[in-house]
Structures are given as structure tokens and as C-alpha cells.
Write a new protein. Structure first.
Length: 250
């Protein structure tokens, strides 16, 4: 446990409030994605046995990684600030390799050769800088923020929230791990940007990234908690997770 002074706690609380106000001020998008979540501990997509990238047998070349998602007719190209890492406290589905951003305020992009209406990933070690943006060409479809993710998965740490902590090694109990599905019922997307928008040294970790064109979204609908008090508490817990992350890394 890392003790925090009263002044640090007050600064975290104030900053959490600013984040919430900023999130509430964002523009409404005409083509919002439906987001569903699989059961705690599930680390692979539901009903998709082949077309997902595990990052277990790939080697980036010149800062670029190209995949056919294990036999798909669609090619995906990863560019930007990313690395393929071995399993650890913060990622690696079923103890395998995973993909991550590589530094503070860094990002990478997945560009698809053809548009799809479904994308899935095992989100691991959620932190306050993880942002996920979907595009159709250069048109933004939607951006999901840490506040969105916490609303879907609940706050951590928790003795009752089974999305808290890495299910493979039981580390990092202050952060959320879950397989999430993103589904566009009225359109498509062909580009996804993974961003780590913080200076904390944390990263955006994920694994088992799946793409498809589906008639409906798999999994259970994730309904955000409506109360601002819950969101404020979740924000504080998210920041506490960053201190925990620094402790684990040290």
C-alpha cells in the first residue's frame, strides 16, 4: 500500500471532477457504438473461433505489423507507438503475448483493408489514460474514455467485482480486466486508434483483438451507472490504480 497525503488526495478528487465535467461536455455522436461485455475471466471473443489476433506468432517490422487475423479475408495494419510484450501483471490473455502502447501520451492505429461493424478485445489493466477511438475513413464514429469503461465494468478494487484484477496471475487488483465487444448497428468502421493520454508511465494494454461483420453484438449489454457520485468514486479509484501500477512496476 502506498500512503497518500491529504493534499494529494484533494488534488486527485479535484482532477476527477474536472474529468467528469469534460466527459459530460462532449458532443453527441450520430452513430454510437453498442458495447457489450463477456463474463469475468473470459479472454477470447464469443462465437469467433478464428478471426482474431493473439500476438503470439507475429513480429513487427519497421514499426509496422500486418495481420490477417488468423485467416480472415481482411488485412489489418498496426502503425505507431506499440510493442508486443510477454505476459505480466498488466496483460497477456491466458498467459500469452499482448500488444501495448509504448510510453506516456502515445498511441497506435489499426487500419483495416475493408470496413467491419464489429471489433472485440481483451482490455487489461484499465487506467485513467486509456482511450479508444473508432473511425470510418477520417470520420470519427465514437471515442470511449476511461469513464465509459469504469461505468461498464464497475470500480476497483472490490471484493465483489470479478472484473477487478488479472485473472491469470491474480495481480493488479486495482484495475479492470474484461473482454469487450464494440458493435455498430447502423454503419461500419475501418480504423481504430488506441491512445494512452497520461504522463503517469501507464500503457494501453490489450489482447485477442477480433474483427467481423455480425448481425448483432455478442455478450451482455454494459449499462453505465447513472449517478455522478459513482463516477467520481470510480475516477478516484482509477487514479489509485495508477499508484498501485507504479508500485508493481518497482
Amino acid at each position: 500500500m502506498i500512503p497518500l497525503s491529504c493534499s494529494k488526495i484533494m488534488h486527485l478528487a479535484a482532477f476527477s471532477g474536472i474529468l467528469l465535467l469534460a466527459a459530460g461536455a462532449g458532443p453527441a455522436l450520430a452513430d454510437p457504438l453498442a458495447v457489450t461485455v463477456l463474463a469475468p475471466g473470459v479472454q477470447s471473443p464469443a462465437g469467433i473461433t478464428n478471426n482474431y489476433e493473439t500476438f503470439n506468432a507475429v513480429t513487427p517490422s519497421g514499426g509496422t505489423l500486418t495481420t490477417n487475423f488468423n485467416g480472415s479475408s481482411i488485412t489489418g495494419t498496426y502503425t505507431g507507438d506499440f510493442a508486443i510484450l510477454p505476459a505480466g501483471a498488466f496483460g497477456g490473455a491466458n498467459g500469452s503475448n499482448f500488444i501495448s502502447t509504448t510510453g506516456s501520451n502515445s498511441s497506435y492505429t489499426l487500419t483495416l483493408s475493408s470496413p467491419v461493424n464489429y471489433y472485440g478485445m481483451w482490455l487489461s489493466a484499465l487506467d485513467s489514460g486509456n482511450n479508444l477511438s473508432f473511425y470510418n475513413g477520417n470520420t470519427l464514429v465514437e471515442t470511449l474514455t476511461p469513464t465509459n469503461f469504469i461505468g461498464m465494468l464497475g470500480a476497483c478494487p472490490s471484493t465483489t467485482n470479478l472484473y477487478c484484477g488479472n485473472p491469470n496471475n491474480h495481480l493488479d487488483a486495482t484495475e479492470q480486466f474484461a473482454y469487450l465487444n464494440y458493435y455498430d448497428s447502423t454503419g461500419t468502421f475501418n480504423k481504430i486508434v488506441f491512445s494512452e493520454n497520461s504522463n503517469s508511465g501507464a500503457q494501453f494494454e490489450s489482447d485477442n483483438q477480433a474483427i467481423a461483420s455480425l448481425p448483432s453484438a455478442p455478450g451482455t449489454s454494459a449499462v453505465p451507472e447513472p449517478t455522478s457520485l459513482f463516477l467520481l468514486g470510480s475516477g478516484l479509484l482509477g487514479f489509485a490504480g495508477l499508484f498501485r501500477r507504479q508500485f508493481l512496476l518497482s
